[in-house]
Ligand binder design. Structure first.
Ligand code: GDP
Ligand code: ZN
Length: 459
């Protein structure tokens, strides 16, 4: 299918500094050639070659920018259309100017995610891979990037396809049984196949779902709230975390206007530090926003870092904060370990329940290693490596996988209870359908539009 030609400013993944204008569509080469002055006409060059030259304004003949232009003809391109990438080394103004000129050549400005959408519509990638492109852009740590990369390379898709293949085999067996009911062996065989293959599918669904929590944390960050009385050292801790962080990738304004989220990377665990109105200045959540809103934030938190001033005796306020934490996983930091210790360590231990208690000093930088270790081990029981493993992190995928598991459960239950095979057939078919939605074989146009509208411009 042929679409119109689109263009947008696009920054290649992993190469932040370079800007390029990417064109895709049947007129991509022609349009770029109208503006390009180099050794050869772009219409004559081989596919997948790069050319040095200039972009000129065709009206005035003025040179706008020195460029490297890549020409990639279909079908071996990301969108499976003709693609031209104009790499500009100048600043944003000249890139914008190049884009403007391109858009004068009967080329339309791409919508967010439209290149990826075309790759999907033209069959180059499936839906879970397209979603991985979006995750990759937003990845906050290297590990998160690896997960997205694995998904983009099709690890999840491969797994889903193999499960669907197994379900088809079961369906085929059930079909035989329905077609030849008088054939007794068929029923025995069907039940054996159903049991063996169905259990195997369920086992694999369980396994992939067991990675969901970690995958989601890697993708979205672990919501973390720092609490403690005034002057216990919350700002100092935050500064240490930010300072130590190997890569603070993004500062994303929160979804609600009064909340700011800041990402720090602790041994590959992205912590999403949450606070109201600027965590650096006013980290004291309880003081700033009052107890009821703090309770709410603490409830949605996945990790609480509670600071106690070791240099002072425990106060009622301290004890109250332990109450506020409730069941949320927490790490208790008895801070100011460099000063004489007056807080009762025994009482703290007792109030902490099973949560780890660490002694820290922000002045001596003591206990920070231990804190990092505690965070990492709290959330990753084993090392998060993505070699070979398919991780699931996308909320949509997780929901569908759960539906699939419940459907296959129903099928296995029905078979065990000796219900007629056509009952089983419905459940197996449902499992197959739901899994198809992950890779996009069975999704509606409106869902596709919604998913792609969430992408960044130029991807
Ligand atoms: P917050 O109000 O909880 O954010 O506390 P701050 O981080 O602003 O720290 C309050 C004061 O305690 C500052 O003067 C810090 O330098 C000091 N402080 C923080 N952590 C330590 C520590 O571990 N040891 C000592 N001696 N002082 C600390
Ligand atoms: Zn502070």
């Amino acid at each position: 299918m042929d679409y119109d030609t689109i263009a947008a400013i696009s920054t290649p993944i992993g190469e932040g500094a370079i800007s390029m204008v990417r064109l895709s569509g049947p007129e991509a080469v022609f349009a770029a050639d109208q503006l390009f002055r180099g050794g050869k006409s772009l219409k004559e060059v081989d596919s997948h070659t790069i050319h040095y030259g200039k972009i000129v304004d065709p009206d005035t003949g003025n040179t706008i920018e020195e460029v490297m232009v890549s020409v990639m003809r279909k079908p071996k391109t990301f969108t499976r259309e003709d693609v031209v990438e104009i790499n500009c080394h100048g600043g944003l103004t000249s890139v914008n100017r190049v884009l403007e000129l391109v858009l004068d050549q009967h080329v339309r400005l791409a919508e967010p995610g439209e290149f990826t959408k075309r790759a999907f519509l033209n069959g180059r990638i499936d839906l879970s891979q397209a979603e991985a492109v979006m995750d990759l852009i937003r990845a906050k740590t290297d590990q998160a990037m690896n997960v997205a990369m694995g998904q983009m390379e099709g690890k999840l898709s491969t797994l889903i396809r193999s499960l669907r293949g197994q379900l088809l085999e079961i369906l085929a067996a059930v079909e035989v049984n329905i077609d030849y009911p008088e054939y007794d062996d068929a029923e025995v065989m069907t039940n054996t196949i159903l049991h063996e293959k169905g259990s195997e599918v369920r086992r694999q669904l369980d396994r992939i779902l067991s990675t969901a929590r970690q995958g989601k944390i890697l993708r979205e960050g672990l919501s973390t709230v720092i609490v403690g009385r005034p002057n216990v050292g919350k700002s100092s801790l935050l500064n240490q975390l930010v300072h130590e962080s190997k890569a603070i990738v993004t500062n994303v304004p929160g979804t609600t206007r009064d909340v700011i989220e800041e990402y720090v990377n602790v041994r590959g665990v992205p912590l999403k530090l949450i606070d109201t109105a600027g965590i650096r200045d006013t980290d004291d959540i309880v003081e700033k926003i009052g107890v009821s809103r703090s309770k709410e934030l603490l409830r949605s938190a996945e990790l609480v870092l509670l600071l106690i001033n070791g240099n002072e005796a425990l106060t009622e306020e301290d004890r109250g904060l332990f109450q506020l934490i409730g069941k949320t996983p927490a790490i208790i930091l008895v801070n100011k370990a460099d000063l004489p210790q007056k807080a009762s360590f025994d009482e703290i231990k007792q109030l902490a329940g099973g949560n780890p208690v660490l002694q820290t000093s922000m002045i001596d930088e003591k206990g920070l290693e231990e804190l990092e270790k505690a965070i990492a081990s709290l959330f990753f029981s084993h090392d998060v490596t993505t070699n070979g493993e398919a991780y699931v992190s996308n909320t949509r995928h997780i929901a569908l996988l759960k539906q699939a598991r419940s459907a296959i459960n129903d099928a296995l239950d029905a078979a065990e209870q000796g219900l007629p095979v056509d009952m089983t057939q419905i459940d197996i078919k449902r499992t197959w359908d739901v899994l198809g939605e992950i890779v996009g074989d069975t999704v509606s146009d409106s869902l596709i539009n919604e998913l792609f509208s969430k992408f960044c411009l130029g991807k």
